[in-house]
Design a binder for this molecule. Sequence first.
Ligand SMILES: *[C@@H]1O[C@H](CO)[C@@H](O)[C@H](O)[C@H]1NC(C)=O
Ligand SMILES: *[C@@H]1O[C@H](CO)[C@@H](O)[C@H](O)[C@H]1NC(C)=O
Length: 422
Amino acid sequence: MRRTKVLVAMVLTSSLVLIFFYSSLNLQVVHTQRAFTVSVPVIRQNVSSTTRAKQQNMTSSKPQSNVVPITISANFRKAVPQSSAYWNRRQNFLLKQLDARVNITDDERLGWSHCSAASVERLQTNIQDFNSYPALYRDFLLGMECRDPPILIDQPDKCTSEGREGQTYLLFAIKSVPRNFERRQAIRETWGQERVYEGGLRVRTVFLLGTSSTEDPDLGQLLSFEAQHFGDLLQWDFRESFYNLTLKDNAFLHWAMKHCSSAMFIFKGDDDVFTNTQAVLTYLLSLEPEKAKKLYVGHIVSQASPFRDAKNKYYVPQTFYEGAYPPYAGGGGFLFSGSLLQPLFRLSQFIPFFPIDDVYTGMCFQALGITPEAHKGFQTFDIREQDRENACAHRDLILVHQRSPQQTLRLWRGMHSHLLTC
Ligand SMILES: *[C@@H]1O[C@H](CO)[C@@H](O)[C@H](O)[C@H]1NC(C)=O
Ligand SMILES: *[C@@H]1O[C@H](CO)[C@@H](O)[C@H](O)[C@H]1NC(C)=O
């Protein structure tokens, strides 16, 4: 009797969930199955599977968590100073829109077809010293409202190819560029290998690419071959550049929300880091279910502020952004929960793009109300020089930056050698 009631309640909430989805932001929801999954008890012997089942139940038994309206945390609102800087003004405008519950239709939503909205003239009118911005910065501003770039190489079945049994526990999403084949191959042969680890933990990998500049040789055919052969490339139609990394991040969020939302955890990182996959899995399995749902962990940069020197790679003009940065996880590599993909993406529609991708990610998490957690296993600034080729020194680490493809192979083989005694 109680069972039937529970079932009826579930069906009802599920229907509500669906109705809400289709009437709200027009977001495509592919993985509604999470909302419908009646949790089946998983009987397995080892500890890792039970932990995993507990972590999974946390996400599958609460369909409501998928439909919370977009709310932006008070912390974030407080952190955005009222200022005449361009980004601040855009942010305050979007917050007002959100608060007024203005419906953003698909047509009005920031999208690729609206890129022309940011004309040079408009920017010159709004930013008095726009013409003295570095050329790449002006390019960034011209593309700042452009989202959802067309996808050129897709892997829509990446996470669903093997049904329920194939559920992704950890998805590696690695920022790469077309010419970095050697780095991708080293990752495929080592820490990014797609396989099932002990306890049935399935690891999958995608590489995130834009297009190379027209000054570079055309690698298109080679990429198509690589994508077909390995099935792990995602490429969007935008030019690779440092200031376009936020766009890449956002395109990935959208893709993962549509095609890999059942992944328990996402690792976002660069193609020149070395990751100790087993240490990552051990750490993830140790998490309490509550924590596993709201994870954002890495090497945390806190109390940082914009660099105002135009020659610095991370230069941010005063007339573009005012204020400090929220605490954020260094973009070399960090982990977050798959259940946050959708909230993050929806909320990002109300946060203007920022030219530094990991700062932007920090902003989105702050707006979501999640504080990043520091973990000393993430060594984005590398370890002592004398330990860099030492497999033992890497055993308890999660990530080090940076390693060449050759060093990556040597380290991986060393760490997995039966002859290794530490
Ligand atoms: C927004 O959309 C909903 C449902 O489509 C509608 O009921 C509501 O009146 C709209 N609000 C505004 C401010 O247009
Ligand atoms: C980002 O990509 C778009 C689309 O290819 C391009 O127009 C823009 O100039 C790029 N931005 C930067 C900063 O390179």
